[in-house]
Every structure is written in C-alpha cells, then in structure tokens.
Design a protein around this ligand. Structure first.
Ligand code: INI
Length: 174
C-alpha cells in the first residue's frame, strides 16, 4: 500500500530528524468493529465503509470481527471486552447520536465519548472513534458517503495507522 501523505523528507527543514514510519497497510491485522444498532441505516453505511477500507488496505475478511450493540451508550463496554481479550490490533467504534431536543443527547454523547477514550487509555489498544454526533439525519447521510466524506472509512484508516504506529513506538526509529 502507498505511504501516508506526509511531507517528503527532502522538503523538511530538519531532514535528519528521525520519524516513526507511518503505514496504512492492513495486511495481517486483526480488527474488531463495535457498531450501534440505533439509527440502523446510518450504522449500516458506517459499517460498510469501515469494512471496505479494511479490505482495500489488505485485511482479510475473516480477520474483521463485528459486534453489534443496542445503542451508542453500550459501545464502551463491548469495546473494553474486545480490547481486554488481547485478540485485536485495533478496534473501530461506529454509531450515530442525533440531537432530539432533550438532554438525553448530551448524556449519550458524553458517555460514549468518555467511555471509548477510557478504553484506549486503559488498555493501550488503538480505538478509533467513528461515532457521529449530529443535529439531524441529513448530516449523518452527508458523512457516510455524501458531501462530507465517509466517517466509517476514516475510522478504519485511523485504526490501521495507529495499529502500525503502535508496533513501532516501542523501539527507536531507524
Ligand atoms: N443511541 C444512539 O446510538 N443514538 C441515538 O441517537 C440515541 N438517542 O437519540 O437516544 C441513542 N439512545 C440509546 C442509548 O444509546 C442506549 O442504548 C439506551 O439509553 C439504553 O442504555
């Protein structure tokens, strides 16, 4: 797979600075995707995007494991169990929380955001955050293959890049 779009060494002001190599090659990675069933059309689009990106980058279909949960609030528990299992190089979390005019929206957003961050912090397994927080369904459609790109694909790409970077960070760059 091609390199990341980082500045070329020759273009940098300090060309002798050593940089951990970035990679978007998913060959040999084993990944898990946690996806919320709430707003199912958006969930399906997010999941398709993540799966497509993993496959495009060389991941084997049988090495992509998907766990469905009822809503975004339940995502952190599933992500933590998967991270604790030590079976995965990275985890992707997917879902959508759509503002409904009640404080519930804020609580669900806060719960999933803080919960997912805690899983990554506590376990050190890369966990990509592909949970959309939106005003309405049109914003969700725009971000799942519409005018504003595809957050499912982006989350998979972030997971791959962090899994590869984590492999490198334990040793000095060459
Ligand atoms: N869950 C979502 O994933 N998205 C939402 O928009 C949403 N709203 O609007 O309420 C939502 N609520 C359910 C929540 O995540 C839990 O599943 C529920 O509270 C049970 O714990």
């Amino acid at each position: 797979m091609g390199p990341c779009p980082c500045p070329a060494e020759a273009d940098r002001e300090a060309p002798n600075v050593k940089t951990y190599p970035a990679s978007r090659d998913a060959t040999g990675l084993r990944v898990a995707v946690v996806v919320s069933r709430f707003n199912p059309l958006i969930s399906a689009r997010l999941l398709e995007g993540s799966e497509r990106e993993f496959l495009r980058r060389g991941c084997r279909a049988e090495d992509i494991h998907v766990a469905w949960v009822p809503g975004a609030f339940e995502i952190p528990l599933a992500a933590r169990e998967l991270a604790d299992s030590e079976r995965y190089d990275a985890i992707v979390t997917l879902g959508s929380v759509i503002r409904g005019g009640t404080p519930h929206f804020e609580y669900v957003c806060q719960g999933v955001t803080e919960g997912v961050a805690a899983v990554m912090r506590d376990t050190r397994v890369p966990v990509a955050f592909g949970v959309l927080t939106l005003d309405d369904i049109d914003q969700a459609l725009d971000r799942t293959g519409g005018a504003h790109g595809h957050k499912g694909e982006e989350a998979a790409l972030a997971a791959i890049e962090m899994a590869r970077l984590r492999e490198q960070l334990g040793k000095a760059p060459e």
